[in-house]
Design a protein around this ligand. Structure first.
Ligand code: NAP
Length: 497
């Protein structure tokens, strides 16, 4: 069930939010603490007003005080009186914090949601806390905590798994907690909360449409396969939109979620806890993921970088779809139909900007096609290490790391046929990874950054007359390769009907 948390300051504003979101929600949390105090007289008729406008919705009443993340600043005694009155006003559920003294609400017809909020972290013994909350049969324990790491999110999922016998809502607030909001079924949560588009009643709230239409939360069942993209940052990733849309189009019972990951070992623990059937790995974890694989494809073995992890019967198999993803639009540019003056990739000289996880796949792909590669990177040692690894793979190839001069620029400026940016510089439309490079207008310039596709480098190169390849084309090619792997697993694991 998806509950819209209202954020309006007036009753008419709250009803408007409910009307607009009605097709994506199953219930409403009316946040009385956010309403102006002048609205108090109308509160007793509010539950009926919601049902009149959106029949079938369940209505939860919450008066959240400031210390729990709300806006109630009046004395506690006044809040208790208000809650007592509201408990007899026809709400289906009423939120009462764990430390509240006994209230009339507990004996009213409303289901009591007994809540605790931790705005700073995740309690060590979450399971015991949840078990301690219900005071009477039928009460629902609600704990909203703030995971500060991937490991804390693992602890939340593990605790939820052991708490299937207690009616509960356990949510992780903030960016690390988002999976606990999407995977309501796996968490065993009675419901999940959402805010209207552009609003945020609590950190990490998604909007009802995103939960219902993109993540198809309301159709998740016990056998729904779960996939993810893991990175830091992760909010920019287009992978959830891409894979969820394709799963939906083919009516495949699977969901694909974003994971903010600060530690790769914890990512693999989370992958076991959820469990994930497979996941994409992005900035900056592609290299570190390799150490956790039990099997790997040739592309991973060669590049020592992994962007796709698939569950097997005995562990995790890594593959790297960046290699094919990178080459697909590049080889189109060098195909006889498009090449024009660009003869061939074989023997082409390439300036490779960056030496991170993606640079390994790109460098390997370029050498496999006979290109000559010069690596430039902010950290010179990483460029040298990448060049040495590439040289080991292809001893006959021409590969070098460009040295830095005293001002941090390259000691010598190469003249090249192709410039490829694999650094993260240019994400969010800011920064040029090679301001020192003057385009002649004859180069092909390929920026793998795709958020946005029109990066400052692409704009500068196009302005100088260069032919450009934008990162969204690589994204589409590598994501298509990933999707066919995920699709096969989801179909193979689906229960026979
Ligand atoms: P990564 O492993 O973290 O590598 C980041 C690279 O960027 C390193 O070479 C790093 O240099 C460099 N860098 C970071 N900040 C910099 C700065 N301020 N100035 C100069 N250099 C900087 O990341 P990744 O996984 O390779 O991803 C890199 C980018 O490629 C991301 O934007 C990602 O979204 C994009 N990407 C796109 C696709 C696609 O399908 N289009 C596929 C993969 C990746 P140091 O060595 O000095 O740290």
């Amino acid at each position: 069930m998806i509950f819209l948390t209202t954020t309006a300051t007036t009753i008419s504003g709250a009803l408007q939010q409910i009307r607009e979101q009605a097709s994506w929600i199953d219930g409403v949390e009316v946040r009385v603490d956010l309403l102006d105090s002048a609205e108090r007289p109308g509160l007793t008729a509010l539950a009926a007003a919601v049902r009149e406008r959106a029949p079938g919705l369940r209505v939860l009443c919450t008066v959240r005080r400031e210390s729990d993340g709300g806006r109630w600043r009046r004395p506690e005694s006044e809040r208790h009186e208000l809650l007592d009155r509201l408990s007899r006003a026809g709400f289906d559920l009423i939120d009462l914090e764990a430390d509240l003294p006994s209230l009339e609400a507990e004996r009213s017809g409303a289901t009591v949601v007994r809540s605790v909020h931790d705005l700073d972290g995740t309690p060590v013994d979450l399971e015991r806390l949840v078990r301690s909350l219900p005071r009477r049969p039928g009460e629902v324990a609600k704990v909203a905590v703030t995971p500060r790491s991937t490991a804390e999110l693992v602890a939340i999922f593990r605790a939820a798994e052991r708490l299937q016998d207690v009616p509960h809502i356990i949510l992780g607030m903030g960016a690390f907690g988002i999976p606990s909001r999407i995977l309501r079924r796996r968490m065993g949560n009675l419901l999940t909360f959402a805010s209207a588009p552009g609003e945020s009643a609590a950190p990490g709230h998604l909007c009802p449409r995103t939960l219902a239409a993109l993540y198809r939360l309301r159709s998740h069942g016990d056998s729904t396969a779960c996939f993810a993209v893991a990175g830091n940052p992760i909010a920019h990733s287009r992978s959830p939109a891409y894979h969820n849309e394709r799963f939906a189009k083919e009516a495949i019972d699977a969901v694909y979620i974003p994971l903010l990951v600060d530690d790769v070992a914890a990512l693999f623990e989370l992958a076991d806890a959820l469990p994930l059937s497979g996941f994409s790995v992005t900035i900056p974890h592609k290299r570190a993921a390799v150490a956790h694989l039990t099997e790997m494809g040739d592309d991973v073995r060669a590049t020592l970088a992994c962007n796709t992890v698939l569950r097997t019967s005995s562990g995790w198999r890594g593959v790297n779809t960046d290699v094919v993803g990178f080459l697909t639009p590049l080889e189109e540019a060098y195909s006889p139909a498009c090449a024009g003056e660009y003869a061939t990739l074989r023997g082409a000289s390439v300036l490779l900007l960056g030496a991170g996880g993606s640079a390994r796949a790109v460098g390997y792909a370029l050498l496999s096609r006979g290109a000559k590669v010069a690596v430039w990177n902010r950290t010179e040692a990483n460029a040298r290490s990448l060049a040495a690894d590439l040289k080991r793979l292809a001893p006959d190839a021409t590969v070098e790391a460009l040295e830095h001069d005293a001002r941090g620029g390259p000691a010598s400026k190469p003249v090249v046929d192709l410039v490829v940016n694999t650094t993260s510089v240019g994400m969010h439309g800011e920064g040029d990874p090679a301001p020192w490079y003057d385009f002649r207008g004859q180069e092909i310039v390929y920026d793998i950054v795709y958020t946005p596709p029109q990066t400052p480098l692409i704009i500068r190169a196009a302005g100088a007359g260069c032919r450009v390849i934008t990162g969204d084309r690589m994204f589409a090619a590598q994501a298509a390769a990933q999707y066919s792997l995920y699709r096969s697993i989801a179909i193979a694991d689906a229960p026979a009907v």
